[in-house]
Design a protein around this ligand. Structure first.
Ligand SMILES: Nc1ncnc2c1ncn2[C@@H]1O[C@H](COP(=O)(O)OP(=O)(O)OP(=O)(O)O)[C@@H](O)[C@H]1O
Ligand code: SF4
Ligand SMILES: [Mg+2]
Length: 343
């Protein structure tokens, strides 16, 4: 067991300046019941070519963080504080017109349900071509050729024929490939994938994950992979970020995090994981529920569910360095030896 990063791509990423540097991002929504704070002080960075997995149970703030980076949250009802620096410029302050240029060209996002992002009345080829032409001055013919090449890149057979098909004519797996082709056609520096395989069957899931990893390795596109599934993170990512109740609670290179998590919540998630953990007759899960944003406890937000809780945990917990390139939001992290996925 050690805490040293072991993947070469991670080492390579750290040597460079961060591509994305999120600092103290807090998000709150205006609702009929008043302001709902949903993330607090979210801080992390992504280096060029890095593949970062963001995990956490439902409602922990993964999607809103991804949407905030792309400024896709409803402007009227969202209060955003903190910085979202992308190549040095703060996206949170960028004029809407400049932000539209960044979206798609520099940062793209894919979602769980591709149908929500595809327009049923246009062919998939037209939609990919259009995504390309939004950011590149090319003729329709060139865009078509580029789109067909993109369809081939994501493993769609007979791409020239598929170009002229409508979304409903494709299977779920093929539609997700189309989404990936559309997201990657402008060769963005960062792709945010929010549970892109959850709606697919297991075989197709594995294919899409392999595809994303291969494309990211080949093109150098950095990836933020939002998921419930630590198994996928283990397979595809170089870095693991755990979110709990709207906060980052652990941030670490993947391999040491899987072997020896430093936050009790990451450890709980890993121990609930079928496949990675040694198979047990009874699979443990974390008892209890994520607290509601309306009733967030003071001090450590994981306290009511944490087997390691003790006096002192009722104090606010900052993110503390626990090892080289590792932070955890738990004052006990340096002294705890927690089970991971590999024992
Ligand atoms: N537009 C909105 N208005 C009000 N609250 C919202 C809005 N969008 C999200 N929320 C709330 O923000 C919190 C974080 O939601 P988010 O969708 O980011 O969670 P998540 O970690 O992605 O969960 P899941 O794993 O289920 O996708 C939740 O409490 C959710 O109810
Ligand atoms: S601060 Fe305390 S309650 Fe929170 S994770 Fe650490 S040990 Fe558990
Ligand atoms: Mg989500």
């Amino acid at each position: 067991m050690n805490d040293q990063p072991s993947t070469s791509s991670f080492d390579g990423g750290i040597a460079s300046a961060p591509l994305l540097d999120v600092r103290g991002l807090s998000l709150a929504f205006a609702t009929a019941d008043g302001e709902l704070p949903v993330t607090r002080d979210v801080t992390f960075s992504v280096h060029p070519g890095e593949r970062v997995g963001i995990v956490g149970e439902s409602g922990c703030g993964k999607t809103v963080t991804g949407l905030a980076i792309l400024r896709l949250l409803p402007q009227q009802s969202t209060r955003l504080t903190g910085e979202i620096r992308f190549e040095g410029q703060d996206l949170a302050k960028l004029p809407a017109r400049r932000m539209r240029e960044v979206r798609g060209r520099d940062i793209a996002m894919i979602f769980q349900e591709p149908m929500s992002a595809l327009d049923p009345v246009f062919t998939v080829g037209e939609q990919i071509s259009e995504a390309y032409r939004t950011h590149n001055r090319v003729s329709r013919r060139e865009a078509r050729e580029r789109a067909i090449a993109a369809l081939a890149d994501v493993g769609i057979p007979a791409p020239a024929r598929r170009y002229d098909e409508y979304p409903h004519q494709l299977s779920g797996g093929m539609r997700q490939r189309v989404m990936i082709a559309m997201a990657l056609i402008c060769e963005p520096k960062l792709l945010i994938a929010d549970e892109p395989t959850t709606a697919l069957d297991v075989t197709i899931q594995a294919q899409i994950i392999d595809l994303l990893r291969a494309l990211s390795e080949r093109t150098g596109t950095a990836l933020i992979f939002i998921t419930h599934d630590l198994g996928v993170v283990a397979e595809i990512c170089t870095r693991l970020i755990t979110m709990y109740a709207g906060e980052v609670v652990e941030d670490a290179p993947v391999d040491p995090a899987l072997i020896r998590p430093r936050h009790p919540y990451t450890s709980g998630l890993l121990r609930s994981l079928p496949g990675l953990a040694q198979r047990r007759a009874h699979l443990p899960s974390i008892p209890g529920r994520v607290p509601s944003p309306l009733a967030m406890p003071a001090g450590c937000r994981f306290r009511s569910r944490c087997p390691q809780a003790m006096d002192g945990c009722e104090r606010p917990q900052p993110l503390l360095p626990v090892a080289p390139e590792r932070v955890a939001r738990c004052w006990r992290a340096p002294e705890l030896t927690l089970p991971g996925a590999v024992s």
